[in-house]
Design a protein around this ligand. Sequence first.
Ligand code: ADP
Ligand code: ADP
Length: 228
Amino acid sequence: NGQIEIKGLHKTYETKNKSFTALENIDLNIKENEFLTIIGPSGCGKSTLLRIVAGLDEATGGELTLDSEPIVGPGAERGMVFQGYTLFPWLTVRENIEYGPKLKGIPTLERRGISNRFLKIIRLESFAKSYPKELSGGMKQRVAIARALANQPKVLLMDEPFGALDAQTKLEMQEMLLEVWEREKTTVLFITHDIDEAIFLSQRIVVMGANPGRILKQFEVKLPEKRT
Ligand code: ADP
Ligand code: ADP
């Protein structure tokens, strides 16, 4: 579960009698539980690709499936975290985390259990009743990740989620994300233009180039072998 297959994907934007190819012939298979990062310069189509996988944008050609089912529109099985992705300002931290489970009709007590678990993971138990405006940027981003994960998505889609954070907060968030990823067994498709971040987080890195947006190369990130 959580396997994405992308075959011959194309995206052309039509703007004022001009057409622009943002993605050309993208082939990419993402395995169940894999942590895959896409890097590449600004404008190479990373966000476009992620938005298409999220179902927020439509490809103009090619095939795209999640667990062999065509992707059409957004769905709860794909959680999203974007840079500066806003929390619901009228809801508390706990209510933000419980939002997806509530929509699914999960009963109050069970929802409480879910939000407690994620409040603990993101270490914001004492802010359960706070509103987003009372939180720092890093804290808000932690809540955004918890909110995405509380829905138990098979796939987590992250577009430069830590881009706006200071170095220390960024490192904490990266470590938290890896912890959650290992625990929750979700597939992660992550976008960054920071090669250090890509190497630190991922099992596989896909490098894209611009004009037109395409995959240039990809490689596995090997972990150093443990010495015994
Ligand atoms: P990246 O995330 O790698 O910076 P994007 O996916 O945001 O790249 O954009 C890829 C290219 O597509 C850019 O040249 C951008 O200007 C163009 N583009 C993105 N969205 C639109 C749109 N809605 N209409 C027209 N062009 C777009
Ligand atoms: P419910 O409506 O079932 O209580 P929701 O999670 O949909 O639960 O909404 C929680 C609260 O936020 C509700 O009080 C609702 O009226 C309010 N709310 C929902 N959408 C908006 C919005 N776009 N702007 C302001 N408040 C909203």
